[in-house]
Design a protein. Sequence first.
Length: 131
Amino acid sequence: MDADRLGEGARRLLSEHITSVGQLEVLLLLLGAEGRWVRPASVADELRGSVEGTRTHLELLVRSGLARKRGTEEFALAQVTDSQREVLTSLRVAYRDRMHTVIDFIYSRPSQPLKDFADAFLFRKGEKDDA
């Protein structure tokens, strides 16, 4: 499977922290700007996205521990260990070289809230339909 070529660390990072390609692109931009604080508007300009969408991606990255926030409008990559940096760098290379594999991986897994909603409609063995 192509996703196996991503490496375990990259697959885990994508599975646990990334919900969209836009969010991944914001994370990779922060990696490229490591050590600098950026504003949503400048990130949106660089990625050709909306400021509000970019702000949402940045806030999600802060909540997941991959980014940090200073004040109300400045964001930077979180402090990372050497092994975390290695995973992020391998993910950046994979996205550059095998973009479709990374995109397929992000969108091929069900989101947990959607899965939980769908599971609510499953009939359990032994339950009767009262309708």
